[in-house]
Design a protein around this ligand. Structure first.
Ligand code: 5GP
Ligand code: ZN
Length: 176
């Protein structure tokens, strides 16, 4: 046997071969490194901006997020909420951070609307090249809308097949 657990005087002991111990040390050090990667990714523009290494016009920040104005705004007041930890996209983000993010988004959206007097707002969040993501560190766009602005967010409405949709709903429900 390569390893064993035993209990003596109420203490649980773990014994294993040296090679196994070495493998476990490597495994744990890799986990630690992965945590560092999660915290901050080398050469990631938004990691540097979110953590203050690159200056930005910051609207608000807390322990988890920095809210800044977009450098090439779609409209006046176009803001970005950027997590301080590195997440590539929504698929990479945990539910707790997602919850905090949207809680903050409600407050920022209301504040922007109050100060800018915009008539509406698009909340946009691109995931993947195909979806128009250009900076691969998660960020949420808040785009204030005004009559006559040049913002263009849209798609051609398709046709829904109710049978297909019901099947798809069942499959996705199972995957949640
Ligand atoms: P995406 O296309 O990835 O959803 O959006 C990236 C956004 O980041 C774009 O709207 C772009 O203008 C903005 N952006 C890119 N680089 C910078 C930067 O250095 N500073 C700021 N404030 N925004 C940036
Ligand atoms: Zn990053």
């Amino acid at each position: 046997m390569s390893f064993a657990f035993f209990c003596k005087n109420g203490i649980l002991y773990f014994v294993c071969r040296k090679s196994i111990l070495a493998k476990m040390i490597v495994m744990f050090s890799k986990l630690e490194n992965r945590e560092e990667i999660r915290m901050k990714k080398e050469d990631c523009l938004f990691c540097k901006i979110a953590n203050g290494e690159i200056p930005s016009t910051t609207i608000y920040e807390n322990n988890d997020f920095r809210v800044i104005f977009d450098i090439a705004p779609a409209s006046k007041g176009h803001a970005l909420i950027i997590p301080k930890q590195h997440y590539n996209d929504i698929f990479d983000m945990d539910a707790e951070t997602g919850g905090k993010l949207f809680s903050l988004a409600t407050a920022v959206a209301r504040a922007l609307k109050k100060e800018l007097n915009c008539e509406g707002m698009n909340i946009v969040q691109n995931n993947g090249l195909i979806a128009g993501q250009t900076v691969f560190h998660f960020h949420l766009h808040l785009i204030p809308r005004y009559t006559g602005d040049t913002v263009n967010i849209g798609w051609v409405p398709g046709e829904a097949n109710q049978v297909e949709l019901a099947e798809l709903a069942k499959a996705v429900r199972k995957a949640i």
